[in-house]
Design a protein around this ligand. Structure first.
Ligand SMILES: C[S@@+](CC[C@H](N)C(=O)[O-])C[C@H]1O[C@@H](n2cnc3c(N)ncnc32)[C@H](O)[C@@H]1O
Length: 410
C-alpha cells in the first residue's frame, strides 16, 4: 500500500455539510509507512490487521471513539473498504439527530428527545417493543441509528461453514476498541449454547445486511433499532440504509396511530407462513406478530396471495403472454401488493413492470411505472444508491423517447 495514492471516493455526499467530489484518503493498514497517515483519518487506534489464509488482502479492525456522539464504532474490513468509510465516520452531523430518538436511554441521551413519536414498552408475548405515542405519517422517518460495528461478510460464511480461525481475534479487538461496549453487549444472542464467539453471535442475531461504498457485502450492527424493534410479518416500518452516512432508519410503510406497535420485518418482505417460520428459526423465537397470530383463514388467505404474486411474476414474463393479459396480470399484482401492504417493494416491482411494458412497446406505461418506482425507492431505499440512480437513467431515456415519439406503439 502506498500512502500517497489517494483513491477517488465513490460517494458524492448529499449532505450540505459535506463537500462534493472529495477524494478518499489512501487505504492504510498496520505497516509503519501507511500508519503515518493515521492522523488524517478518524481512526483513534492503529489498524489491527491479520492476513487470512484464503483471503488476498488483509482484514483489519478500524475504530473511531468519537463516532456518533462518542458511542464509537469498530469496523472489520479490508484497508480499501475502510478508506471509503472515512468520510462517513468523520462526519460530525449525525450525532445530534441520531441521538434525539433514544428517549428510553437517558444515560446516552445528550439532548432533549425532540420529535420522538414513540416509547419503549412491554408487548405481550414479545418482551419489550416500540409503541407509537403520536400519529406517524406513511413515508415518515421514525428513528435513525448509526452502526456500532460493521463487519465484512468474509468473516460470515454460510451458517453451516466455520468462519476463518482468525475471526475471534478480530472480533475481540473490535469489541475492546468500542467506546460504548454496553450498547453492543446489551443485545440479544441466539447461540449461547454453542461455541460461537460472543461478538459473532451478537452480530449474527442482530445485524442488518449492508453494502459498503466499494460494493462489499457486510453486516451492520445498529443497536437502537435492533434492541427495540420487534419483527412483524406485516410490518408498519421498514429499515432503510443509506450508504453515504451509514445510517439505518425505520421509515413508516403506512400511517401509524398512537398505541400501535411499530415493527419491521427481520426477513425479506412477502414470504408465506411456512417459509417465514423456517427463516425465523435463526432468531430462535416463536413469532407472535399480528399475521402469525391471526385466525388460520386470514393467514391462509394471505399465504395464497403471496404465493399468487410469485405465479403472476412468472406469468407476466412468459414470452407468449398477450399485451391485454399482461395488463390484467399487472392489475391483479398491484391489488395484491395493496392488500398485503408490501409498499417497500413497490420500487422493485414497478421497475420490473417498466421493463415489461417497454418490451411490449408501451413506452408511456413504462414511463409511469418508472416514475412511481423511483418515488417509492427514494423513500425506502438509498436515494443515492445504484437502484435509484439506475431508475433515474431509465426515466431520462424514456422521457427522451417520448419526446421524440420514436418508438413502436403497443
Ligand atoms: C431485537 S429484539 C427486540 C426487542 C425484544 N422484544 C426485547 O424485549 O428485548 C428481538 C427479540 O424480540 C422477540 N421478538 C421480536 N419479534 C417477535 C415476534 N414477532 N414474536 C415474538 N417475539 C418476538 C424475540 O425474542 C427476539 O429474539
Amino acid at each position: 500500500i502506498t500512502p500517497e495514492v489517494s483513491i477517488q471516493c465513490p460517494w458524492d455526499p448529499v449532505s450540505p455539510f459535506r463537500l462534493r467530489g472529495r477524494s478518499c484518503p489512501a487505504p492504510i493498514d498496520d505497516d509503519s509507512e501507511s500508519s503515518a497517515n493515521l492522523a488524517k483519518t478518524p481512526w483513534t487506534h492503529p489498524p489491527y490487521c491479520l492476513s487470512l489464509a484464503h483471503v488476498e488482502d488483509k482484514l483489519c479492525v478500524y475504530s473511531s471513539s468519537a463516532f456518533n456522539d462518542n458511542a464509537g464504532i469498530s469496523i472489520i474490513a479490508h484497508p480499501s473498504t475502510a478508506a471509503t468509510l472515512v468520510q462517513a465516520v468523520s462526519n460530525p452531523v449525525p450525532a445530534w439527530y441520531a441521538r434525539q430518538h433514544i428517549a428510553h436511554s437517558p444515560s446516552t441521551t445528550t439532548g432533549p428527545a425532540k420529535n420522538v413519536k414513540y416509547k419503549v414498552g412491554t408487548i405481550p408475548g414479545k418482551g419489550k417493543g416500540v409503541i407509537a405515542t403520536r400519529h406517524i405519517d406513511q413515508f415518515q422517518t421514525i428513528m435513525v441509528s448509526f452502526p456500532a460495528m460493521i463487519v465484512d461478510n468474509e468473516l460470515f460464511p454460510a451458517e453451516e461453514d466455520e468462519g476463518p480461525v482468525e475471526g475471534p481475534r478480530l472480533f475481540r479487538k473490535a469489541l475492546a476498541q468500542l467506546t460504548d461496549r454496553e450498547r453492543f453487549l446489551g443485545l440479544a444472542r441466539s447461540r449461547e449454547h454453542q461455541s460461537v464467539d460472543v461478538v459473532e453471535d451478537v452480530i449474527r442475531t442482530n445485524a442488518f445486511g449492508i453494502t459498503t461504498l466499494d460494493g462489499r457485502d457486510a453486516k451492520g450492527l445498529y443497536p437502537e433499532i435492533a434492541v427495540t424493534l420487534n419483527h412483524g410479518c406485516d410490518p408498519n416500518a421498514y429499515g432503510r440504509y443509506t450508504k453515504g452516512d451509514l445510517a439505518m432508519s425505520a421509515v413508516a410503510t403506512r400511517d401509524i396511530e398512537p398505541g400501535e406497535e411499530i415493527t419491521i420485518s427481520y426477513l425479506p418482505l412477502g414470504m408465506p407462513t411456512t417459509i417465514r417460520r423456517k427463516s425465523l428459526a435463526n432468531w430462535g423465537f416463536n413469532c407472535t406478530c399480528s399475521l402469525c397470530s391471526a385466525p388460520k383463514e386470514a393467514r391462509d388467505a394471505s399465504d395464497r396471495r403471496r404465493e399468487r404474486l410469485v405465479e403472476l411474476y412468472y406469468a407476466m414474463r412468459e414470452p407468449d403472454t398477450e399485451y391485454d393479459t399482461l395488463v390484467e396480470l399487472t392489475r391483479e399484482f398491484v391489488d395484491i401488493v395493496q392488500i398485503e401492504r408490501l409498499f417497500p417493494k413497490v420500487g422493485e416491482y414497478y421497475q420490473a413492470f417498466m421493463k415489461l411494458y417497454y418490451d411490449y412497446g408501451d413506452v408511456e406505461s413504462a414511463y409511469r411505472y418508472a416514475r412511481t418506482a423511483l418515488k417509492f425507492a427514494e423513500t425506502f431505499a438509498d436515494p443515492e444508491g445504484g437502484f435509484c440512480g439506475g431508475l433515474r437513467g431509465d426515466i431520462r431515456l424514456l422521457e427522451d423517447l417520448l419526446e421524440r415519439g420514436e418508438y413502436p406503439q403497443a
